[in-house]
Design a protein around this ligand. Structure first.
Ligand code: DC
Length: 219
């Protein structure tokens, strides 16, 4: 059994940036479970399957998601095609949040996520890692930040990429995503009782990373 660190939290809390840095320092594998949901969302978009839970449930078995590592970076394969470069859009993110409500989708990804954690030392981020995927994780973190701060961060990130965006729209999107992720029936986003709450609104990335390393070192 590998050593497992679970990081859950809402969209835009900085989970992936921070988990990647922690993984590097600890020489752990970083597992981004959101990317798996995004790959399934991409499949549904590409195949013209809309926001229809029944159709998604029927079709998910045709979306074979695998994870590979190239130079330590997680790559997501969808039916053997590397789709890592095209799953980071807002459209795919919003669809990912929708497909994540469907039980068949979650069940299909659960085995893959647990298998990775069983064989490796991992830091895994998502929405239900501490509550559902790895309830016995060695350390659990719930990383959050205010809606305003998360929207600001995403706005800056998109502007830096040269994408046109409106702050108010990003804020609305984040609130809609929170609502969907926190209120779905199966494995909703919530803090595990034994998770440590980290609010990064007023913390720098380095401070959050340092705090998590400290938590890892504590017994
Ligand atoms: O972390 P992210 O934004 O890439 O995740 C995209 C969506 O996938 C998120 O809005 C909800 C879903 N998701 C989930 O339901 N459970 C996870 N463990 C990870 C992501």
């Amino acid at each position: 059994m590998g050593y497992n660190i679970a990081i859950d939290g809402p969209a835009g809390a900085g989970k992936s940036t921070i988990a990647k840095m922690v993984a590097k320092q600890l020489n752990f594998i970083y597992v981004d479970t959101g990317a798996m949901y995004r790959a399934i969302a991409l499949y549904m978009i590409k195949n013209g399957i809309g926001k229809d839970e029944e159709l998604i449930a029927k079709n998910v078995k045709n979306a074979n998601v695998k994870i590979a590592y190239v130079d330590g970076e997680q790559q997501v394969l969808l039916n053997e095609e590397n789709v890592s470069g095209c799953i980071r859009t807002e459209e795919v993110g919003n669809m990912a949040s929708f497909v994540a409500k469907v039980g068949e989708v979650r069940a299909q990804l659960l085995d893959l996520q647990r298998a990775l954690a069983a064989s490796e030392n991992v830091i895994m981020d998502g929405r239900d890692i501490g509550t559902h995927v790895l309830p016995n994780a060695d350390k659990k973190i719930y990383l959050t930040a205010s809606v305003e701060e998360r929207a600001q961060r995403r706005y800056k990130e998109l502007c830096e990429k040269g994408e046109k965006c409106v702050l108010e729209e990003i804020e609305k999107d984040i609130m809609a995503r929170d609502e969907q992720d926190m209120n779905r029936e199966i494995a909703p986003l919530k803090k595990a009782e034994d998770a440590i709450l980290l609010d990064s609104s007023d913390m720098t990335i380095d401070q959050v990373v340092e705090r998590i390393i400290q938590i890892y070192k504590e017994n």
